[in-house]
Write a protein that binds this ligand. Structure first.
Ligand SMILES: [Zn+2]
Length: 108
């Protein structure tokens, strides 16, 4: 007998899903889990937080587990002041010159 998983859509209320209708996602950095499915009634994607015991239960039932990690850009060191409107205007003017790329390379 196929496993039936009961979940809730924000708009449609309770829906029944098969194990292939969901995906469990766990962030490798903070171990936060979610489960994701497309509502069989309204076709909207639904994302819900999942505590570790829910993650374990869904995975044990046969739901696919996807581990993901935060983008490396979040951990990059940032230096200097934030970009302002004057910086954008200067950059725009630079792009209008013939040798803008060489100018950028020499600025490093
Ligand atoms: Zn729905």
């Amino acid at each position: 007998m196929a496993t039936v998983i009961k979940a809730s859509c924000h708009d449609c209320g309770d829906v029944e899903l098969g194990v292939t209708d969901l995906e469990v996602r766990v962030c490798t950095q903070d171990e936060q889990g979610t489960y994701v499915f497309r509502c069989p009634s309204c076709q909207m994607s639904v994302v819900k937080p999942a505590e570790p015991r829910i993650v374990d239960m869904l995975v044990a039932s046969g739901v696919a587990l996807v581990e993901w990690h935060l983008p490396a850009e979040l951990f990059e060191h940032r230096g200097g002041d934030p970009i302002c409107h004057d910086d954008l205007i200067d950059f725009h003017r630079l792009l209008l010159t013939e040798d803008w790329f060489d100018t950028l390379l020499s600025a490093r």
